[in-house]
Design a protein. Structure first.
Length: 125
């Protein structure tokens, strides 16, 4: 949920907080439902190699503040945010009609700073 606007961005959140879960990410999936998000933590960069669909990506710091937004990240691309702690992946277009900007603070309903194993850079999705 966006704390500034009160808007729900995704009704279902899937967590990828271990190295193997982050590595698996969205690989081998045919898509992502419009109301779902995959949160990878810790993770400051993602790629879409071997994926068959585009995604929207939000990078957030430890406080849940958005540091970068990438809309419609196509397959075989890379995106990163040096100041991010976690990455939130959504279906491509999920952010098109949302009131979400860099600097907004998100409420995820869970503590993403207690990730299972450390990684400052994750090769995920």
């Amino acid at each position: 949920m966006n704390r500034r606007s009160g808007e729900t961005i995704a009704s279902t959140i899937e967590l990828a907080m271990t190295r193997s879960a982050r590595r698996r990410g969205l690989l081998h999936r045919s898509g992502l439902d419009a109301d779902r998000a995959l949160v990878l933590a810790p993770c400051l960069a993602v790629h879409t190699a071997f994926m068959r669909f585009a995604i929207d990506v939000m990078f957030v710091d430890r406080a849940g503040v958005i540091t970068r937004i990438v809309r419609h990240l196509a397959p075989w691309r890379v995106a990163a945010s040096r100041h991010a702690y976690a990455t939130i992946e959504l279906a491509a277009g999920a952010l098109d009609d949302r009131d979400v900007v860099v600097g907004d603070r998100l409420y995820l309903g869970t503590d993403i700073t207690t990730a299972g194993d450390a990684a400052s850079f994750c090769i995920a999705t």
